[in-house]
Design a protein around this ligand. Sequence first.
Ligand SMILES: NC(=O)C1=CN([C@@H]2O[C@H](COP(=O)(O)OP(=O)(O)OC[C@H]3O[C@@H](n4cnc5c(N)ncnc54)[C@H](OP(=O)(O)O)[C@@H]3O)[C@@H](O)[C@H]2O)C=CC1
Ligand SMILES: C[C@H]1O[C@H](OP(=O)(O)OP(=O)(O)OC[C@H]2O[C@@H](n3cnc4c(=O)[nH]c(N)nc43)[C@H](O)[C@@H]2O)[C@@H](O)[C@@H](O)C1=O
Length: 314
Amino acid sequence: MHAQDRIFVAGHRGLVGSAIVRRLQAEGFSQLLLAGRDRVDLRDRDAVEAFFAAEKPDVVFLAAAKVGGIHANNAYPAEFLLENLQIQDNVIDAAYRHGAKKLVFLGSSCIYPKLAPQPIREEYLLTGALEPTNEWYAIAKIAGIKLCQAYRRQYGFNAISLMPTNLYGPGDNFDLQNSHVLPALIRKFHEAKQRGDAEVVMWGTGTPRREFLHVDDLADAVVHLAKTYEGEDIVNIGVGDDIAIRELAELVKDITGYAGTIVNDTSKPDGTPRKLLDVGRLEGLGWKAKIPLRDGIEATYGWFLEHQSSLREV
Ligand SMILES: NC(=O)C1=CN([C@@H]2O[C@H](COP(=O)(O)OP(=O)(O)OC[C@H]3O[C@@H](n4cnc5c(N)ncnc54)[C@H](OP(=O)(O)O)[C@@H]3O)[C@@H](O)[C@H]2O)C=CC1
Ligand SMILES: C[C@H]1O[C@H](OP(=O)(O)OP(=O)(O)OC[C@H]2O[C@@H](n3cnc4c(=O)[nH]c(N)nc43)[C@H](O)[C@@H]2O)[C@@H](O)[C@@H](O)C1=O
């Protein structure tokens, strides 16, 4: 990547896309193409074709996707499968045909088998059954990985696929139904404190374990790998450590200063029991996470307090 490259960050208003933009700007990349859904709906093949023909980006970060937490994935399987297939097929194909020299595709740790050995190595892909609540999204993401690998093999297209663990940070979706667990808990504890509620509801049993990476660390890793990594093999991006959801809830309760009780709603799904990524390949490529979980949650809570009145619509 060069300072003068024209860089398309697809999904630049999202959690990940906005963090990649901040990282690129901090490193002096000034030719950023920031076309949102209002300019090009990435599900629309003709619109994507016209955009790439006009703009001819040198580098593409594909951070646009239909994204959500466990409930959204389970409730809208058709949208999670179809929209993600459409977006990634359109963007990967157009980037190749219009001469992009690099594309970075983002998958997710949910592509791995539900009961994969821990920590999860990249080689475990396609070795077992997926978690049912998110198999639609996971299958779309696996198809995206395979499309990148196929275009590299057949056409020599320089597409790489990176697999982030669960992410959080500024610009996240704080919707109580459709978000991921960390933003949901921040908002639930904060609002319960304000209202003086005696209880906050945590979905599921609280026993599943998850790994959480701050999105600024993720963006740092993604830009590092965009500059230094070329290969067919997928690369996990995580911190190498995880926490039970019950412990996470206690941590967010402490950070927000809520004094009440946590109760379980076991009618809600637990999802995968554990998905801790093996980060050996990532560390071998010269990158390690830096932001400790407590510091990252405190900063995200601060961001939430500043932006409560203008949170994203979902
Ligand atoms: N969040 C997480 O915990 C994780 C995320 N990832 C991956 O990171 C990537 C980004 O996720 P994240 O930032 O969290 O998601 P967000 O929902 O925060 O952002 C997604 C972005 O994609 C855009 N988008 C969605 N559909 C379209 C469309 N049809 N046309 C144009 N733009 C569209 C959205 O635009 P608009 O604002 O207009 O809706 C939004 O800017 C995804 O590939 C996801 O799978 C991977 C692992 C974990
Ligand atoms: C990133 C990843 O994200 C999703 O998978 P997930 O990790 O299971 O997602 P989650 O963050 O929504 O939940 C994690 C755990 O937390 C529990 N939980 C408690 N209380 C709340 C709560 O209030 N909200 C939510 N959402 N979960 C809660 C919840 O029951 C579960 O046990 C998929 O989209 C998948 O496709 C994907 O890629």
